[in-house]
Unconditional design. Structure first.
Length: 313
């Protein structure tokens, strides 16, 4: 199957490209400048093209030329923190960009599978600490990022109802792994620990709110889920989660132990969100019914992060 992936130069993109190639798909990877990420290892089976979701002309040209049999829409502003400082830019990429892409996909390659990677942030105030949140929970986002993803989901609905696109929505919960941006807590902690170990930073770990419980998946398990949803899922919405929330304070302490450093923790107010749910845990039953199970334990992910940060310059 010829699969076009938007936002392929981001964190998840290279992992997904490798998985799709392993499954035998013909892959067209796109980014806003048409270039792969700096660390990309060349693969003759992956063609890179320019597609900027803010630019309708680039969408029309690339979709018209490639004629994909399926689309995986990863392209997004993915930082909650950045969405507070640039809500307009976040909306233009995440909400309006998804609308533009869907409009042209429905016109140029109608009826094709369209896998949209959304976020658990769409649930917001619907999350309760005493029960996992399921896909039928109301969308009540608490930040501009979550609002933009909720709007993107709604933008896809007319095309789905009209039969113009075969829409599958993946609501991804927290996930991490080597190569993630330091805007995200676990990658940031791993890089700080590596600097402390090398003597490049005092033994004080700058952290935000650790008094929360969060879902945490390995990025490799997440792309396994995306590949499964792309190939086998009936049209609908699926939580991509483990069904377990980990105390973030314990996770960070475990990372410090794996890094072999003793640190003090320094609360940094700049790292706190204006609004934050104390516990976020999802119900993975719908995805599990398709046969998906996470292959990596949390410690596998934390070890991989610590090792990556040690070798990252």
């Amino acid at each position: 199957m010829r699969v076009l992936v938007t936002g392929a130069s981001g964190f998840v993109g290279p992992y997904l490209l490798q998985r799709l190639r392993a499954d035998g798909h013909e892959v067209v990877a796109t980014s806003s400048d048409g270039l792969p990420p700096p660390a990309w290892e060349s693969d003759a089976g992956v063609v890179w093209r320019r597609l900027d979701v803010r630019d309708g002309a680039s969408i029309e040209a690339t979709l018209g030329d490639v004629q994909p049999e399926a689309i995986v829409h990863l392209a997004a502003v993915s930082s909650v923190a950045r969405s507070w400082t640039d809500p307009e830019g976040t909306w233009d990429v995440n909400a309006s960009g998804t609308h533009r892409l869907a409009r042209w996909a429905a016109t140029l390659c109608p009826g094709r599978r369209f896998l949209f990677v959304s976020s658990s942030e769409v649930y917001g105030a619907s999350v309760a600490p005493d029960r996992p949140v399921a896909e039928d929970a109301p969308l009540r986002p608490l930040n501009p990022y979550g609002a933009s993803k909720a709007a993107a989901e709604l933008a896809l609905e007319p095309w789905r109802v009209a039969g113009r696109l075969d829409v599958v929505i993946a609501r991804s919960f927290g996930h991490s792994g080597p190569g993630q941006s330091p805007e995200f807590v676990l990658a940031n902690v791993a890089l700080q620990l590596a600097r402390i170990r090398r003597g490049q930073q005092p033994p004080r770990l700058r952290v935000g709110n650790l008094d929360v419980r969060r879902e945490l998946l390995d990025v490799r398990d997440v792309v396994d889920a995306y590949a499964l949803l792309l190939e086998r899922a009936p049209s609908g919405t699926y939580n991509v989660c483990r069904g377990v929330a980990f105390p973030l304070r314990d996770v960070v302490a475990r990372m410090a132990a794996l890094a072999g450093v003793e640190v003090e923790w320094e609360r940094d107010p700049a790292r706190f969100r204006p609004a934050d749910a104390p516990c976020v845990v999802g119900d993975p039953a719908r995805l599990r019914a398709l046969g998906w199970r996470p292959r990596h334990e949390l410690d596998d992910t934390l070890r991989a992060l610590v090792e990556w940060a040690r070798t990252d310059d």
